[in-house]
Unconditional design. Structure first.
Ligand SMILES: Cc1ncc(COP(=O)(O)O)c(C=O)c1O
Length: 448
């Protein structure tokens, strides 16, 4: 039996119904419903950033399931990403001859990477996408990483990849990790979408493929409340200690982590212990849905097992139009844009639900194919560092009038929160076309 020490502690506390003269102010009296279980760091409840009791025990259990040194985040992968970048920068040698710290990263990074670059003041050298990658994707190969490293005057402090990406593409991390190892560099992976990959018949989890650290948003693919995430550290990297990780998380995290989220992470451990069998039973239904959609004339792309990325243009619909039709039929998708609709089923969905989605999509009448495609990516010009741009005086202008201006804030809505352009880069015609294509109307640019 997998233990749940945090849940047990809080349940017992709530059952005792003591007079609560501690935070939070709701005193355990229901407003939304879960307040009786919402506590703070009272005696016995441990401390997320100095865990010695129930949180330490629960994290140890999670770690043994992931085969890693595992830390909980109650503030999503966003917090873990900031901590990972800080830790790898701290562990690296200071660049010589006045050079600046630089990260080598796939272009399709979540916006948190840019915010962290600004906070910690490092530069980002990009691995650029292939011309036909959508802006959520960046095809990265081991050879590409090798080439990029050879072209850098100063070695980066780490290599950073996002895999799986928002539309279900998965990088060959083992091959990239081998290159990183040969160069003595840590591979950091944003595995926000892939917590479950550990529990496939053969693990496809980044740490098992050679990453030094990765983050998983537990809430994205596991039955965990929004905000629950893991930071995993590989024992093979050996450059940072447990105390370093805790202090990095607490550098960026709130001192009031949600105990509802911590309980949810704790409660996920028994689920993880049985997830292998659940996935083995569930994934054939996802495969069947993909086959139904392909037979109905939709393009289905990506090789992430649990994500269904539908490209409906050949069937005469934009992704946005298809998502609206699905909404009318009581089906709500994870993400849509002009090209794609992304569905994110998990074993918490029923096979019947997947069958219904397949039937509904297959019944949508085909129309003449739409041939439009996203404007191609063009390597942008860099004018300022992320920090200089993000901290500069700024103004908001219509995207159509922003050509020639320097982007100050990569703010893009979530999902997918992948910047079309990085802060510090010049808005050129190609970027403006992309902003228009994805419906971005206003940009925050550096004030002249
Ligand atoms: C690829 C990727 N990385 C990181 C994040 C941030 O994760 P969280 O919402 O858990 O903070 C997201 C969120 O959508 C994401 O898609």
């Amino acid at each position: 039996m997998t233990k749940t020490p945090i849940c047990d502690f809080v349940r017992q506390y709530a059952a005792e119904s003591p007079v609560r003269l501690h935070m939070p102010g709701h005193k355990g009296r229901p407003v939304l419903g879960p307040e009786p279980l919402d506590i703070t760091e009272i005696d016995g409840a441990d401390d997320l950033y100095l865990p010695r009791g129930i949180i330490a025990e629960s994290e140890r259990i999670a770690g043994s399931l992931f085969g890693a040194d595992t830390y909980y985040s109650a503030e999503g992968s966003s917090l873990c990403l900031r901590a990972m970048l800080f830790l790898s920068m701290q562990a690296a040698e200071k660049p010589r001859n006045g050079a600046r710290f630089c990260l080598l990263s796939g272009r399709n990074a979540h916006k948190t990477l840019l915010y962290t670059a600004a906070l910690l003041d490092f530069d980002v050298a990009w691995l650029h996408p292939a011309a036909d990658d959508g802006y959520q994707s960046c095809t990265v190969t081991a050879e590409g990483v090798e080439r990029a490293l050879a072209n850098m005057k100063t070695p980066p402090f780490a290599v950073f990849l996002t895999s799986p990406d928002y539309v279900g593409n998965v990088t060959d991390l083992a091959a990239v990790a081998a290159v990183c190892r040969a160069h003595g560099l840590p591979l950091l992976v944003d595995n926000a979408h892939g917590a479950y990959l550990k529990f496939l018949e053969k693990s496809r989890h980044p740490l098992d493929l050679g990453a030094a650290m990765c983050c998983d948003s537990a809430h994205k693919t596991l039955p965990v409340l929004t905000g629950g995430a893991y930071l995993h550290l590989s024992s093979s990297w050996g450059k940072v200690t447990k105390n370093d990780v805790l202090s990095a998380l607490s550098l960026f995290g709130s001192t009031s982590p949600s105990y509802l989220i911590l309980q949810s992470l704790d409660a996920a451990n028994p689920y993880l212990a049985a997830l292998g069998e659940r996935l083995a039973a569930f994934l054939p239904h996802v495969d069947a849905l993909k086959e139904t959609l392909t037979a109905a004339g939709y393009a289905v792309t990506g090789d992430e097992p649990m994500k269904v990325t539908v490209r409906p243009r050949a069937r005469g619909y934009t992704g946005d139009a298809l998502a609206a039709l699905l909404r009318e039929r009581d089906i709500v998708v994870e993400y849509h844009d002009p090209d794609v609709v992304v569905l994110m089923p998990t074993p918490q969905n029923t096979p019947d639900e997947l069958c219904r989605v397949g039937r509904v999509l297959a019944d949508i009448p085909p129309r003449s194919p739409i041939s439009a495609a996203p404007p191609p990516y063009r390597k942008p010009m860099v004018r300022l560092s992320p920090r200089q741009a993000l901290f500069a005086p700024r103004e908001t202008v219509p995207a159509a009038n922003a050509v020639g201006r320097v982007l100050a804030d990569p703010a893009v809505s979530c999902p997918p929160a992948v910047p079309i352009l990085s802060c510090g880069e010049i808005v050129d015609e190609a970027a403006a076309a992309r902003f228009a294509y994805y419906g971005v109307q206003d940009l925050t640019v550096v004030k002249r």
